[in-house]
Write a protein of this length. Structure first.
Length: 511
């Protein structure tokens, strides 16, 4: 039986703080982007790179970051990631031009790719009791799910009342406090490192393949799906990732051991979570546009309008997910959670120009938050189901990778669907709009029509997530004891029987 770390709850505070900082950064800059673009003279054509540079570095380097955490040690990787993220944030806040800003965003993404998998795998090896682990992952899941919405509030407040630069500078105190706390409080259990040589071909192929995939979806949003470069990126991504899988099956010390992916419970988590994130990112995008452009909300008011979703996520994760995780199999939390979120999304397909916030948007957000919070919590806990300690970092990175790729797909795919529906609606009704007021009304109606069309797709995607969770995830409910931890590294167990997952080698463990 492994020794319980007496400082584990203090450590959770600093791990959660670091996770909040990374998740906040995914949305906080969106609110500040118009002001930053004007100040730095960034062209309309290049402004998307402020978001894309971060997404490419973060998504492309996550597997590498997870492997570094296994190699260096998770605590060391975590602290280095925090310090680097703070420095990159300071560079972004002090940016004097386009190149400096884009470089800072790429650096933020690179250090975030070190930080995120290290944080998740630290939780895995520090919380060994099933009930305690449920509470810890409830808190972590609420932050992972709701942090993006918090970023909209904080981004709106900082941009409106201070300056866009503070959306970068705000990361520095977060990072300093989390790094200092981690250095003095976190004690990583011995025996969990993977000291095998680094798989350089795997690093190169996975990084280039993921970058091509994320960039392909990002470019599709602005240039269209038939654009030659977009198609080239998708083809290149398929070739590179196929070569990566072949390489990992043959090399002695793979970057991503295929055993991490082939266990059906973990595979079900990665797939269902990635699909669910497609819907979530699309919702953040459309609801932000709807509230600001159609309803005329200020950035701060828009941010606060997302509070019901945050509240729902916190309740779903810490009260429903945490309390039921030790009593029912994970699929009976994840599948109903995704379906509940789908019902909330279904309500939003009824959006109109004059839709009441209290009558429709608020209850829809509550259902979305409750459903996602309930589903995210066991998903986080299952992310390294049955892996050896030596694989914990790279298995954690797979969760973040599925979320990052899901976010890129969600933004591009749903935005394209919305734009097409808007264009078609305006073309059909333009002839009858003869006055400026009528033309503006048609434009707004077209936007809402586009959002509703895309949200229908999001509903369908969430239903598919629920089906995957119900069919792929077969593990039974966890036991009430501690999870055995071993540094033997003798290979992971798969095909566990019902209720057997509390005997796996390490404690099981997403923007």
């Amino acid at each position: 039986m492994p020794e319980t770390d007496p400082r584990r709850w203090k450590a959770l505070v600093f791990i959660a703080l670091a996770q909040l900082m990374v998740v906040l950064d995914a949305t906080i800059v969106n609110i500040a982007l118009p002001s930053a673009q004007q100040d730095l003279g960034i062209s309309d054509g290049n402004r998307q790179w402020v978001i894309t540079a971060y997404a490419l570095a973060f998504g492309g380097l996550l597997l590498f970051g997870g492997r570094i955490a296994d190699l260096w040690g998770r605590k060391r990787t975590f602290v280095v990631g925090l310090i680097g993220f703070a420095a990159a944030s300071a560079l972004g806040g002090a940016a004097t031009g386009e190149a400096m800003m884009l470089g800072a965003r790429a650096l933020q993404g690179a250090f975030g790719a070190l930080l995120a998998p290290a944080a998740l795998s630290l939780l895995a090896v520090m919380f060994t009791d099933t009930k305690e682990r449920a509470k810890a992952f409830g808190i972590y899941g609420a932050i992972a799910g709701g942090g993006g919405a918090v970023g909209l509030i904080l981004g709106g407040f900082l941009t409106e009342y201070l300056d866009w630069r503070w959306t970068f500078f705000v990361n520095i105190p977060f990072a300093i406090v989390a790094a200092a706390g981690a250095y003095f409080v976190i004690r990583e259990p011995a025996g969990g490192r993977n000291r095998s040589p680094l798989d350089i071909p795997g690093v190169v192929l996975s990084t280039l393949g993921l970058v091509a995939l994320v960039y392909g979806f990002t470019r599709a949003e602005s240039e269209g799906w038939s654009d030659a470069t977009t198609i080239g990126m998708f083809v290149g991504s398929v070739v590179l990732l196929a070569a990566f899988v072949l390489t990992e099956a043959r090399v002695k010390s793979p970057l991503l051991p295929l055993r991490v992916l082939t266990e059906r419970n973990r595979g079900g988590v990665y797939l269902s979570l990635g699909l669910a994130v497609i819907s979530m990112f699309g919702l953040f995008l459309f609801l932000t546009y709807y509230l600001q452009i159609v309803k005329g909300y200020s950035p701060v008011k828009t941010g606060f309008a997302f509070l019901p979703m945050i509240a729902g996520m916190i309740i779903g994760s810490t009260q429903i997910g945490t309390r039921l995780m030790t009593r029912v199999p994970p699929r009976l939390l994840m599948a109903p959670g995704f379906l509940t979120a789908a019902v909330g999304m279904l309500l939003l397909t009824q959006l109109e120009i004059g839709t009441s916030y209290a009558g429709l948007i608020l209850p829809a957000q509550l259902l979305l938050g409750l459903g996602m919070g309930t589903a995210f919590m066991p998903a986080m806990s299952l992310a390294t189901h049955g892996v050896d300690p030596r694989d914990a970092g790279v298995a954690s990175a797979m969760v973040n990778t599925s979320q990052q790729v899901g976010g890129a797909i969600g933004t591009a795919l749903l935005n394209t669907i919305a734009a097409s529906a808007t264009t078609a609606f305006v073309a059909d009704h333009a002839a009858g709009a003869t006055t400026p007021a009528a033309q503006k009304l048609i434009q707004l109606q077209g936007m809402v029509e586009g959002y509703a069309a895309a949200i229908w797709w999001a509903v369908g995607i969430l239903v598919v997530s629920a089906v995957i969770a119900a069919t792929f995830i077969t593990t039974g409910k966890p036991g009430s004891g501690a999870v055995a931890a071993s540094g033997s590294g003798s290979g992971s167990r798969s095909g566990l029987g019902e209720g057997a997952e509390d005997e796996v080698k390490i404690p099981v463990i997403v923007h």
